[in-house]
Unconditional design. Structure first.
Length: 237
């Protein structure tokens, strides 16, 4: 169960996250978005025996794994990691004169692993949406493109975590229309308390799941990430 994949996450979710679902994981730099998603997916897959795909467009596979190991996060053999290099090699016959359709490339990856693993392929992550947008040459009709991309994920019966940067101090704002298209939004934020920055997790939206909407402190220790109890609004003090 996802709510048992990270210590303390069951304090946030009363009922589990079930497929199909597209979940936006958002927050400012340093809020542990990548680490949170990978830790949750890795533990879940190790416990369930299912398969997952983690696509990172911001760093290499080697760099990503090194970062996860440095945080004490478990590396699951059931979680395939693909980076930008893999994405470029998926379709060798693409005409160089044509704009590269990265959404189509990612869809091909998902289709491939769905054929290989069938119903065991249950979880997907895209890190990050901002990096994907920066790679796309044609950003016209973006809301329409993302609508069909998210529909494809749901049609494949996946739980998908899509990471997107959100500026510090802009907690209530999402770029574009992603917030309207997804099934859930998990905010990983930074709050200043007693002169220190404290990481927190807050579920802003999650369809078909009972959850707390309070901010819960996030702790990073030798054994990885854990969720502590609710924190009070410090008011910036």
């Amino acid at each position: 169960m996802f709510k048992n994949s990270i210590e303390g996450l069951d304090k946030v979710f009363k009922t589990d996250i079930e497929s199909p679902k597209v979940i936006l994981v958002t927050g400012p730099p340093g809020s542990m978005k990548t680490s949170f998603c990978y830790a949750m997916m890795s533990k879940y897959l190790s416990n369930s025996g299912e398969f997952g795909l983690y696509t990172t467009l911001e760093e290499s596979v080697t760099s990503h794994l090194k970062n996860m190991e440095s945080l004490g996060i478990e590396i699951s053999l059931n979680l395939q990691i693909s980076d930008f290099t893999d994405l470029r090699e998926i379709d060798q016959v693409v005409d160089e004169s044509e704009a590269t359709d990265y959404l189509q490339f990612i869809e091909k990856m998902i289709t491939h692993f769905k054929k290989v693993h069938g119903k065991k392929f249950k979880v997907f992550a895209l890190d990050s949406l901002g990096a994907l947008y920066s790679l796309m040459e044609d950003v016209s009709d973006m809301r329409k493109k993302m609508f069909y991309f998210f529909k494809m994920i749901r049609d494949n019966d996946l739980i998908s975590f899509v990471i997107m940067e959100r500026s510090l101090g802009a907690e209530s704002q999402l770029l574009g229309n992603e917030g309207f298209l997804v099934d859930g939004i998990i905010m990983l934020g930074l709050d200043r308390m007693r002169g220190k920055l404290v990481r927190y997790l807050q579920v802003e939206k999650m369809r078909a799941s009972q959850h707390s909407m309070e901010r819960h402190a996030v702790q990073v220790g030798e054994d990885g990430i854990s969720i502590l109890g609710p924190i009070f609004d410090s008011g910036g003090d």
